[in-house]
Write a protein that binds this ligand. Structure first.
Ligand SMILES: NC(=O)c1ccc[n+]([C@@H]2O[C@H](COP(=O)([O-])OP(=O)(O)OC[C@H]3O[C@@H](n4cnc5c(N)ncnc54)[C@H](OP(=O)(O)O)[C@@H]3O)[C@@H](O)[C@H]2O)c1
Length: 369
């Protein structure tokens, strides 16, 4: 039997962001494009955008694109940028890839959908607006026949969104989702549970590059809250950002400290009470974890005391875990577990979303005769 590639389509890519994740996406395009082309998927980088400007060309070398945007990047409004990308893409399908952490990408997605561009995003912000805006965004993609894929917004490249979607589509009913969704908070919970003072563990996380520049941004729990909201909406909950209850990992009053150095100093004052809490938990055979819980009645993110046989109690380091309890998986949850952060794995997840769009949008790509 011969397998031949038929009506294969080339794909033009417009990348927003060239930081940790975007940089790895560029590296992957450089290393994998030739092999993918041989398999019938022709990916071409036609645009790169950072905060300062954009570079657009019929074919950009992913190896030098960062330098190109630095030297030749020009400030472009959204409409002229997308029009220029459409023009250089010609008959190609176009995929915009959002590897920024910007809160202002939603209008860009809308304009992209209007022009028939697909969107792949690692950025949570466009998915956590008030429900009406979120629903309008999803509807916008649908009505223009384009795709919006965001697998890497929860658990990086771990198959979380796709797994949930498949369960719901095949008639399962999700009863509860529990997840350790922050590499930083997972690391901290594991460290303090093993007796490391909290302020030392936070400094360590910072030095290893796990945490945000200001540790408060992780310890507040807001990022986990955003992921919980995305999961809740994925299973059909029409909830608002304010409906997610978020309890920080540290006492709330600490979060008011804007200066990162003073924050760490103040944190040390809480080491004693944290150690006492951990000792009490240990004596009762329990461990501290920071979990998101999504149930039909409530969505919350916060510190939780779990028994030692809980799936989250076995986690070490920055490993993420999502346990899905459903009608089909009622007694033993379906568990997705593995590295839930990092530029390399996240970029791989972004590329997988790009390839999924290429696959779905090329109906006759593989013909057999
Ligand atoms: N890092 C991870 O492990 C991980 C895992 C899963 C998901 N994510 C998500 O992936 C996204 C990127 O994370 P990152 O770690 O790569 O961040 P990063 O290193 O800070 O890079 C962000 C990039 O976005 C660019 N940028 C910011 N605002 C922009 C705008 N309005 N228009 C165009 N470009 C803009 C920045 O431009 P400049 O170069 O000019 O500063 C930078 O290149 C975030 O939303 C993050 O939550 C990250």
């Amino acid at each position: 039997m011969n397998v031949r590639h038929s009506r294969e389509r080339a794909w033009s890519l417009l990348l927003f962001g060239k930081g940790t994740v975007g940089g790895h996406v560029l590296s992957l395009l450089a290393s994998e494009s030739e092999r993918l082309r041989a398999e019938g998927v022709d990916l071409r980088l036609v645009g790169l955008v950072d905060r300062r400007g954009a570079v657009v060309a019929a074919s950009l070398d992913p190896r030098t694109a960062r330098e190109a945007v630095r030297i030749r990047g020009e400030k472009l409004e959204v409409a002229p940028l997308l029009d220029r990308v459409r023009a250089v893409a010609g008959p190609d399908g176009v995929i915009a890839i959002d590897c920024t952490a910007s809160r202002e990408m939603t209008p860009i997605y809308r304009e992209a959908f209007d022009r028939g561009l697909h969107v792949v995003t690692a950025n949570k912000h466009p998915l956590v607006h008030p429900f009406a805006e979120y629903a309008a965004l999803i509807a916008g993609a649908r009505s223009s026949g384009t795709s919006l894929r965001y697998e890497t917004t929860v658990g990086a490249a771990l198959p979380v969104i796709g797994t949930l979607r498949d369960l719901v589509r095949t008639g399962d009913v999700i009863l509860q989702i529990e997840g350790s969704l922050s590499g930083t908070l997972g690391f901290l919970a594991d460290e303090v549970s093993r007796g490391v003072p909290l302020s030392i563990a936070v400094r360590d996380a910072h030095q290893r590059g796990y945490s945000e520049p200001h540790p408060r941004d992780d310890l507040s729990g807001h990022d986990v809250g955003r992921k919980a909201l995305i999961l809740a909406r994925e299973i059909g909950m029409m909830i608002e950002p304010g409906d997610v209850t978020i309890e920080p990992f540290v006492p709330t009053e600490l979060l008011a400290e804007h200066d990162a150095r003073r924050f760490l100093e103040k944190l040390a004052q809480h080491d004693g009470s944290f150690e006492a809490r951990i000792a009490r938990l240990r004596s009762r055979g329990r461990a501290l974890r920071y979990l998101a819980t999504i149930a039909p009645t409530a969505v919350r993110a916060g510190p939780v005391e779990v028994p030692v046989d809980h799936p989250a109690a076995r986690l070490h380091g920055t490993t993420a875990m999502i346990a899905i309890y459903s009608r089909r998986y009622a007694d033993t949850p379906l568990i997705v577990q593995g590295p839930g952060a990092g530029g390399a794995v996240t970029a791989a997840g972004v590329l997988a979303d790009v390839l999924a769009i290429a696959r779905e949008s090329s109906p006759a790509r593989f013909c057999t005769n």
